[in-house]
Write a protein that binds this ligand. Structure first.
Ligand code: FMN
Length: 375
């Protein structure tokens, strides 16, 4: 069904906004929000309405060989099956990361698997790469493109390891998914850092990691293409491990690093709701992650002398947190939890704030702010 009247649109909006803003602790609400957003995705009128409400200003930055309208994109995990791809730019995002996608379709971990800690502005999730599988996503992206509904912003695909595949077979598993999706994204993020697939983080060890990266780089060579491939890291690795992974990424020919995924560490809960959330298995996202994400961005920027593109993600929910990620060294940034707790206006608000910071500092553009803290 395509929403077409203002009444429908208002209803659709309420269906979308309410769950996203206030009830995303329930996975059902998330699914309802996403399916409503996917109706906007299919309606030109719906998208232009959203765009009028949430359009972000221009704050251009050149990164990973492309021009982005501004640095702020949608983080992986929100649109796992790439169902609302064209609606996200209408909410003000300058780029989108869909997935995580695995070679084989997966149900993910048993429910409930998403919890909120409102007072800490944090989520705990143990989704476990629930997704329709690479072939099914590829097919839906082919029909999306042929119907002319491809978003007009850069699109990244997030790739994880299939649960039923062991780490010895992981390089072939990643390479297969990458190949299946190769023509259906502008760049790719290899996720070896989700805490919700048993053994996945072991792939961050040098011996496994080099093999995964080598297989993925061979796919790119096969296509004789320059599409960027990035590596997404865990905030729970030591600084030394992170430097080693950066070495592996650079020597393998990767183009950038995403810092960071969710953390298995837990903040002190402020109240009963948070105590319940933090006692669940899974990864914490949102505000409690921000400080460690900044440290990882900073360390990576210093270690690589600013030569490798860094995507900053973790607890970005305001101009201040976004500015800190950029001045620590991120040329692109993303958010997930910030959308849940602040609602869809958060993107344009942050970008407007960043634009003000750029002029307050007398910079000619946002590029000058990248890594500024280290100068
Ligand atoms: C429910 C949920 C699902 C996620 N799924 C993925 C995923 O499939 N792949 C991935 O690399 N990161 C995934 N993430 C991590 C986010 O992309 C991001 O790294 C993390 O949430 C920190 O950003 P935030 O503090 O803005 O939420 C997920 C996060 C949440 C909350």
């Amino acid at each position: 069904m395509v929403l077409c009247s203002p009444v429908d649109m208002g209803l659709g909006w309420r269906l979308f906004a309410r769950p996203v803003i206030s009830r995303l602790d329930s996975e059902k609400s998330h699914d309802l929000a996403l399916s409503t957003l996917s109706r906007f995705d299919r309606s030109q009128y719906g998208k232009s309405l959203l765009s009028r409400m949430f359009k972000s200003p221009e704050l251009p930055i050149h990164a990973l060989g492309r021009l982005f309208h501004h640095p702020l994109g949608l983080a992986a995990g929100m649109d796992k099956g790439a169902k609302a791809l064209s609606a996200w730019p209408a909410l003000g995002f300058s780029w989108i990361e869909y997935g995580g996608i695995t070679r084989y379709p997966q149900d993910g971990n048993p429910k409930p698997r998403m919890f909120r800690a409102n007072s800490e502005r944090a989520l705990v999730n143990s989704m476990g790469f629930n997704n329709p599988g690479a072939s099914s996503v590829r097919d839906s992206l082919i029909s999306r493109r042929s119907s002319g509904n491809w978003p007009n912003v850069p699109v990244a695909a997030n790739i994880g390891r299939s649960k039923k595949v062991d780490n010895e077979q992981a390089p072939a598993d990643y390479a297969s998914t990458l190949e299946t999706l190769w023509n259906h994204a502008d760049m790719f993020v290899l996720n070896v850092s989700s805490p919700n697939t048993p053994g996945l983080r072991d792939l961050q060890h040098e011996s496994f990691l080099n093999d995964v990266l080598k297989h993925c780089i061979s796919v790119r060579k096969k296509y004789d293409s320059q599409k960027p491939i990035l590596l997404k890291l865990s905030p729970d690795s030591s600084d030394e491990q992170i430097s080693q992974m950066a070495d592996s990424a650079i020597s393998s020919g990767l183009d950038g690093i995403v810092a960071t995924n969710t953390t298995i560490s837990r903040p002190e809960p402020n109240n009963t709701q948070s105590r319940i959330a933090f006692s669940q298995n899974g990864g914490v996202s949102g505000r409690p992650l921000h400080q460690r994400s900044l440290e990882v961005i900073s360390n990576l920027y210093e270690y690589t002398n600013g030569d490798v593109a860094i995507v900053g993600v973790g607890g970005i929910d305001s101009t201040e947190s976004a500015w800190k990620s950029i001045t620590s060294g991120a040329s692109l940034i993303q958010l997930y939890s910030g959308l849940v707790f602040n609602g869809p206006g958060v993107t344009s608000k942050i970008v407007r704030g960043l634009k003000n910071r750029v002029s307050e500092n007398g910079f000619s553009g946002i590029t000058e702010a990248v890594g500024y803290k280290h100068s």
